[in-house]
Design a protein around this ligand. Structure first.
Ligand SMILES: Cc1ncc(COP(=O)(O)O)c(C=O)c1O
Length: 413
């Protein structure tokens, strides 16, 4: 099929030319590292040139504000207002800032987290036990889903913070953030949502969902590269939040270099700390602009169609799938559990199909807006051929070993 015919059937394919790696690989791994937009190289070049030519003046000519101005581009994708999103290095740093806004030693010291949350978040929460936090992780009954009632039941008057991964990183299960936020607020708790596996592949509106904090990063669906994790904090709660994890950029007059306790800025600068990672901000914004222009509604529509096709092909092949089937419950990934998944994923990579493997879950396969239907089909065809081939080989090996044992050439010890 010609490129033009393909593009007339799927207009989002016109974006393929913007992503160099698509010319040489079948890129089914945007849940892990989104493809680099061609213009990111120009953006990084612009950073270098600004530094080279403007030197120290670059700070006042834009660099200082960049954690907020680039954050505005994320805000457009997740439904936040201008000035409500700041950019840090990664989600782990953002979680550390969020949790440092609370006292964990009083009666309200419970942190309720979902059992499908990303390990980094868990590690940070468990670290808070030293400060008196009680961490309650709500287990998933099947490792794939987490019925909302179970989360709601765990949230009570002693809960300070509820943490939810909007889309689970292994199974791609979508949680009901609005219901959980409402319950948290009913009991006087706050909620932090990890949007890493949702923003950029399914519509998110932090204001409509009523969440207090949102964290996420740019590496995956946003095609922004590493080093740019974002933090949204609902504007009306700013005045009562004073993060202990702070630094001079959070001060209302940073260039006064005042000693002693920090006096927090009234703006979202209060959630910053030290010198921002400027090159990462240059790199990330190219991805955000593309995602905004493509539109998350169109991305989601295509993702649901392509992930459905993957689910159907996996069912035809008799593979176990560890992703929920109902469209409203699944994000952009289909996790397929085949024997020796790690080795199968490596063989796929040798064949030019990029996916990854997560222990206890399976091979994660993710089309994005730039994926052609043919690549979906090719991925499953290669996967089936590898699995069949390996199964045949192990049967042949077993029968050779059996025959050798019968003829006495293998002796038991
Ligand atoms: C849902 C989710 N949260 C957090 C992370 C990691 O965040 P970071 O490396 O930015 O701390 C990942 C994946 O890397 C993830 O999938």
């Amino acid at each position: 099929m010609s490129r033009r015919t393909m593009e007339s059937m799927d207009p989002l394919l016109a974006w393929r030319a913007e992503f160099p790696i698509l010319a040489s690989t079948t890129y089914m791994i945007s849940h892990s590292l989104g493809a680099m937009p061609r213009h990111t190289a120009d953006s990084l070049q612009e950073f270098a040139q600004t530094w080279a030519e403007r030197g120290i003046r670059a700070w006042e000519e834009g660099w200082w504000e960049m954690p907020i101005t680039v954050g505005n581009a994320i805000g457009r994708i997740i439904g936040a207002g201008d000035g409500e999103v700041v950019i840090h290095q990664n989600v782990s740093v953002c979680q550390w800032i969020v949790t440092s806004c609370f006292q964990w030693s009083g009666r309200r010291n419970k942190l309720v987290t979902d059992g499908l949350n990303f390990p980094s978040n868990d590690y940070i929460y468990h670290g808070l036990r030293r400060q008196g936090a009680r961490v309650v992780a709500v287990p998933s009954p099947d490792g794939i889903t987490l019925p909302t009632e179970l989360m709601l039941a765990a949230i009570d008057e002693e809960t300070q913070l509820v943490s939810v991964s909007h889309v689970a990183f292994r199974s791609s299960y979508v949680q009901d953030l609005a219901a959980i936020a409402a319950r948290a607020h009913d009991v006087g708790a706050m909620i932090v949502a990890d949007l890493y596996q949702s923003a950029g592949t399914l519509p998110v509106d932090v204001r409509a969902l009523g969440i207090d904090f949102a964290v996420g990063g740019s590496v995956k669906w946003l095609c922004g590269g590493p080093g740019a994790g974002y933090l949204y904090v609902r504007r009306d709660v700013w005045p009562k939040l004073e993060p202990a994890a702070t630094g001079w950029a959070a001060h209302r007059e940073p260039f006064a270099f005042a000693s002693g306790p920090v006096e927090f800025a009234d703006s979202a600068f209060r959630f910053l700390n030290g010198t921002p990672n400027i090159p990462a901000l240059y790199s990330a914004r190219t991805g955000y602009e593309i995602i905004h222009r493509v539109g998350v509604t169109a991305i989601r529509e295509k993702s649901l169609r392509q992930t459905q096709r993957l689910l159907d092909l996996a069912a035809e092949a008799g593979f176990r799938v560890n992703t929920p089937r109902p469209p409203a419950e699944r994000g952009g990934v289909v996790t397929i559990d085949v024997p020796e998944g790690r080795e199968v994923a490596q063989e796929l990579e040798r064949r030019g199909v990029l996916v990854d493997f997560r222990p206890g879950a399976g091979i994660r396969v993710a089309p994005h807006f730039y994926t052609a239907d043919e690549e979906n089909e090719q991925t499953m065809a290669e996967l089936c051929s590898i699995v069949r081939h390996r199964a045949m080989n192990s049967r042949t090996q077993a029968s050779t070993i059996g025959k050798a044992a019968d003829s006495g050439s293998i002796r038991s010890k």
